[in-house]
Design a protein around this ligand. Structure first.
Ligand code: PMP
Length: 425
């Protein structure tokens, strides 16, 4: 019979172990904020496929748009025969991405590809090769993005040295004693120790770090990076792969940072569960690469473009940005209530509905409670709640439920989480 366990055995035999799996569960079907496994057990989904389902599983409007597109065509390859949904989506994103300047948009399929292409574009536009990225950054698993990612175990372990020209500065964290001045000084130290500004094409930054622990960049930090970039002709790239598509209460998190990036990478929730990503940026650098230098066979698939156009409409119709702010407020309140009873929770932080809690032994920020975090994830799953951890030491619980989550499920999920803390912490 098809049980989670029997499927797990087949998976282990057929799929390399490098493809990890957080929950030993095989999903059968899902709708909005609920997933049902192959054994018929229902779960509340606070993971959203890692920030991909801001509009929920199979939003009816997204499904309808994809079905409509399926009756027309599923593939031509945009570089062979173009189609309108690609262009329409780029027009909409050019208007929507922060920055009061002419923009152009490139579509690809994954977040890693988006970041890789942003770096290629910055290199072509500046004639320079270096990139500055930050501690605890996550930008992907392809070779260049792996070099940019600031966590080598497990992502790069055993794979040897990575592409060069990547320099690491510090991401601010009040909890861990890295203030904005120190973070900006660490960029200047790269210029002094590692590579001169004239060799740096881009500074790449997540406005809120995702995998790194939901660390929120203070706006002064972004303004400081913007000033450094302007001073030296460096392009500022915002990786909004996890923060984008409404998670933080604005469609892009940079809207809350007071400055615009030159290039913005987006992916995940932009297409409501279909593979789509891209780079939107200043028209001039976006045009730095000659015809043929950008694109891909499936890049900007018509089905994914149709889904993304529907996602944009759903955000308007269901006022999901407002909903993101409400969910964020309720979530923070609920998590703080749990924090009041459990000193292992050293911080509840976030922006909009991108909210997380960091767990440390005895409340000491120097002692990440990695094991406890893992136990909480397992216990919550046993009680029917799917959670994800993140952070440099896997000691941060993050919450990425659909913004379409019914209040009742949000409350039930919070209640389960509180129960898990009472039992384990
Ligand atoms: N950048 C950020 C900020 C991400 O969170 C991720 C995915 N977790 C990526 C890039 C890579 O995206 P993908 O897995 O679609 O390649």
């Amino acid at each position: 019979s098809r049980t989670n366990e029997s499927l797990m055995q087949r998976r282990i035999a057929a799929v390399p172990r490098g493809v990890g799996q957080i929950h030993p569960i095989f999903a059968e079907h899902a709708r909005n904020c609920s997933v049902v496994d192959v054994e018929g057990r229902e779960y509340i989904d606070f993971a959203g496929g890692i920030a991909v389902l801001n509009t929920g599983h199979l939003h009816p409007k997204v499904v309808e748009a994809v079905q409509r597109q399926l009756h027309k065509l599923s593939h031509t390859c945009f570089q062979v025969l173009a189609y309108e949904p690609y262009v329409e989506l780029c027009e909409k994103l050019n208007a929507r991405v922060p920055g009061d300047f002419a923009k152009k948009t490139l579509l690809v399929s994954t977040g890693s590809e988006a970041v890789e292409n942003a770096v290629k574009i910055a290199r072509a536009a500046t004639g320079r090769t270096g990139v500055i990225a930050f501690t605890s950054a996550y930008h992907g698993r392809t070779l260049m993005t792996l070099a940019l990612t600031g966590k080598k175990v497990p992502y790069a372990a055993g794979m040897g040295l990575l592409p060069g020209g990547v320099f690491r500065a510090r991401y601010p964290s009040a909890l861990h004693g890295i203030d904005v001045a120190e973070a900006l000084a660490s960029v200047e130290r790269v210029f002094k120790n590692d590579a001169e500004p004239r060799d740096i094409a881009a500074i790449l930054v997540e406005p809120v770090q995702g995998e790194g622990g939901f660390n929120v960049a203070p706006p002064e930090f972004m303004r400081g990076l913007r000033a450094i970039c302007d001073r030296h002709g460096i392009l500022l790239i915002a990786d909004e792969v996890q923060t984008g598509a409404g998670r933080t209460g604005t469609f892009f998190a940079m809207e809350q940072m007071g400055v615009a990036a030159d290039l913005t990478a987006f992916a995940k929730s932009i297409a409501g569960g279909f593979p789509l990503a891209g780079v939107c940026g200043r028209a001039e650098p976006m045009d730095a690469i000659a015809p043929g230098g950008l694109g891909g066979t499936y890049a900007g698939s018509p089905l994914a473009c149709a889904a993304a156009l529907a996602v944009l409409e759903v955000f308007e119709e269901e006022r999901l940005l407002e909903r993101a702010r409400d969910i964020g407020a309720r979530l923070s309140e609920g998590l703080r209530a749990i924090q009041g009873r459990h000193p292992s929770i050293v911080e509840v932080r976030g922006l909009g509905a991108m909210v997380a809690m960091e767990l440390c032994e005895g409340g000491d920020p120097h002692k990440p409670a990695t094991a406890l975090t893992g136990q909480l994830v397992v216990r919550a799953r046993d009680k029917g709640l799917i959670l994800l951890s993140c952070g440099a030491y896997g000691n941060v619980l993050r919450f990425l439920m659909p913004l379409t989550v019914p209040d009742e499920l949000l409350e039930r999920g919070l209640a389960i989480l509180a129960e898990c803390f009472d039992e384990l912490a």
